[in-house]
Design a protein. Structure first.
Length: 180
């Protein structure tokens, strides 16, 4: 019998001061058996950073063809595709061609090595690539509980996250901007 994912319920009071976007998000997030809590929380942060009507979680690790997050139009075109982690060049190439806008959020301790090895090739692609600070994602993952009430305030390239189990500031850097 296959191991089932662990389900988390999040209620997030989101204030994105950069985009003047304010919302209360009710998210159900599945932690795949092979996924780390850090990766799950990186997906949640990517969701908050890009929150808008229609944004949804893909099947993620359960389906390698779907991105971690996406926004699709009524006629099934992919308007925004978001992958979390350190995808291969071929994966980023495919995503950047299928979606009108592609974003990658790297977060692991090996992100610097991944970026250094691939930045010249990634530079040929039409994708935004970000690196989320690994230590802050580790601290964020320590706030996890099966049901979470979080307050997320985004300003600049950081988010202040407060919850019942503590608070943390998550930082990210833009490594590459999509060509316009």
């Amino acid at each position: 019998m296959a191991i089932k994912p662990t389900i988390y319920k999040l209620r997030i009071a989101l204030s994105d001061l950069e985009r003047n976007y304010y919302d209360t998000l009710n998210l159900t997030v599945a932690l795949h058996p092979s996924e780390t809590p850090e990766r799950m929380m990186a997906r949640v942060m990517a969701y908050c950073i890009n929150a808008q009507e229609g944004l949804s979680f893909g099947k993620g690790l359960s389906d390698s063809e779907e991105p971690d997050l996406w926004l699709r139009s009524m006629d099934e075109q992919t308007l925004l595709s978001i992958d979390v982690g350190e995808p291969s060049f071929d994966r980023v190439k495919k995503v950047s061609r299928q979606a009108k806008h592609a974003k990658i959020y790297s977060f692991n301790s090996k992100s610097d090595v991944w970026w250094d090895q691939g930045k010249s090739k990634f530079g040929t692609l039409d994708a935004d690539i970000y690196r989320i600070d690994h230590e802050s994602i580790e601290r964020l993952s320590q706030l996890i509980s099966r049901t979470m009430d979080l307050s997320v305030t985004i300003t600049g390239q950081s988010a202040y996250v407060a919850g019942n189990n503590g608070e943390v500031e998550v930082h990210w850097d833009l490594l590459q901007a999509q060509k316009v």
